[in-house]
Ligand binder design. Structure first.
Ligand code: ASP
Length: 437
């Protein structure tokens, strides 16, 4: 057990969590017991990861920029990152649209099933529609306006303001490059050391991951309502999961083709982050693990990792955009709302924007889905039914799409790293040294 790689330990935790969760549903006091005595250990893990997310972004991004020595390289990294993010998002939506149109999962949902699915979930749907309408009231440049904080301490006080913190830190890092080296040295030394300490914190938190994942999965299973609902939505869920699997496999091929790093090395390197993403449903909470894996286990230099990963966690969500395409078309199919080619093109545009606008937290994707559905003219009454209909299976699918979101960020870090010569070959034999103690 001691020498087992971290991802195996997490997988064992997950499997035990499933068994424990199922057992808990068999006794009347089981779910309550899991909620009170098991779930808190999972929640603590998520809090620990969130706790270090902002300090990690600050330390590693300032270090990354100041290590660059010149601003031209930063511009290059920034430009390539954004372009690659847009291309991968479009690729994800295209796969989703192709699959959902081919499989047509909405065609065999009867009116009776729709009533059964929407029963009990309409208030949740109303919540999401309300959140989406608030988000929609914002003007077209609101996104950019929101990126500039008025007070950096206020921005740092909320993990949802990650882009504001990134904005400040990039500004700070660039100015650090513009002053004389002897003037910037004390800050660079301090930040370098701070970065090491935080990376060590990630290592230590990850020792706890297998137990935390056990708690999170057990709590999820013990709290799940009606397993029949999964059967009714099986075609939709399977179409989506198939799309996500195709996307993840494509990542491996692209990485091999563009960087020469084999799929096994890539997947082994990133797997602990994927498992944490699966258990937490949040790319933001997973960010410290993603950064640590990409940097220390896939060999991407910190100057690239520190920019690509935090920005990716907030704006690059390939899994979420694929989901939005599949879910939007599925709902329209099931509710008999015909979609023209122009509508499908509208989905491409709105799903791209929606994935950029989605927060990296559980269920963010379903809020943005409301906007995608509105953009293709789904009437308000059908919209409420549509959202309520897929709500019951949204959590497990959220877990799967978050895995893809995180994997996509890691892939882009590798591609950008390779293109600017900031990647050193990973050392497979030493991968899990940190965790085998
Ligand atoms: N949970 C996803 C994430 O954090 C976002 C979503 O699709 O809901 O990456």
């Amino acid at each position: 057990m001691k020498n087992l790689a971290l991802h195996w330990k997490i997988l064992i935790g997950m499997a035990l969590g499933v068994v424990f969760g199922i057992l808990a549903t068999m006794v009347s006091w089981g779910p309550e017991f899991v909620k009170n005595w098991i779930k808190p250990f999972g929640t603590i893990f998520i809090s620990l990861l969130k706790l270090i997310a902002i300090p990690l972004i600050i330390a590693s991004l300032i270090k990354g920029i100041s290590d660059l020595q010149d601003i031209a390289k930063f511009r290059k990294i920034g430009g390539r990152t954004i372009i690659t993010y847009i291309i991968t998002t479009l690729m994800a939506i295209a796969i989703g649209l192709l699959l959902v149109n081919m499989v047509n999962p909405g065609s065999n949902v009867s009116a009776e099933t729709i009533t059964k699915l929407t029963d009990g979930y309409s208030s949740n749907a109303a919540d999401y529609i309300d959140k989406a309408s608030k988000a929609k009231e914002a003007g077209p440049l609101q996104f950019i306006e929101d990126m500039v904080p008025q007070n950096i301490f206020e921005a740092m006080a909320n993990n949802r303001n990650m882009l504001q913190v990134i904005f400040f830190v990039i500004f700070f890092g660039i100015c650090l490059l513009l002053i004389k080296p002897e003037q910037s040295k004390p800050i660079r030394d301090f930040i370098g050391s701070l970065n090491e300490v935080i990376m060590k914190m990630v290592d230590l938190i990850m020792l706890y991951a297998p137990f935390a994942v056990f708690a999170l999965i057990a709590a999820l299973i013990a709290g799940t309502a009606d397993p029949d609902i999964f059967v009714a939505l099986a075609y939709y869920a399977l179409t989506l999961v198939a799309g996500l699997i195709i996307l993840i496999l494509l990542y491996g091929i692209i990485v091999k083709f563009m960087t020469g790093i084999g799929p096994k090395t890539f997947y082994n390197g990133i797997s602990p982050a994927q498992l944490v993403a699966f258990s937490t449903s949040s790319s933001a909470a997973t960010l410290p693990v993603t950064m640590e894996r990409v940097e220390e286990h896939l060999g991407v230099d910190s100057e690239v990792t520190s920019f690509v990963c935090p920005v990716g966690a907030t704006v690059n969500m390939d899994g979420t955009s694929l989901y939005q395409a599949v879910a939007a078309v599925f709902i329209c199919q099931a509710l008999g709302h015909d979609l023209s080619i122009a509508d499908q093109f509208t989905i491409v545009i709105t799903a791209t924007l929606a994935s950029i606008g989605s927060a990296a937290v559980p269920s963010a994707g379903i809020v943005m889905l409301v906007m995608v559905l509105e953009s293709v003219g789904l009437p308000a009454d059908k919209l409420a039914v549509g959202i309520a209909m897929i709500f019951a299976v949204d959590r497990p699918l959220d877990m799967c799409r978050t895995v893809v979101n995180v994997t996509g960020d890691a892939m882009v870090a590798l591609l950008v790293g390779k293109s600017v010569g900031a990647i050193s070959p990973p050392k497979p034999k030493q991968w899990d040294d940190n965790y085998q103690t």
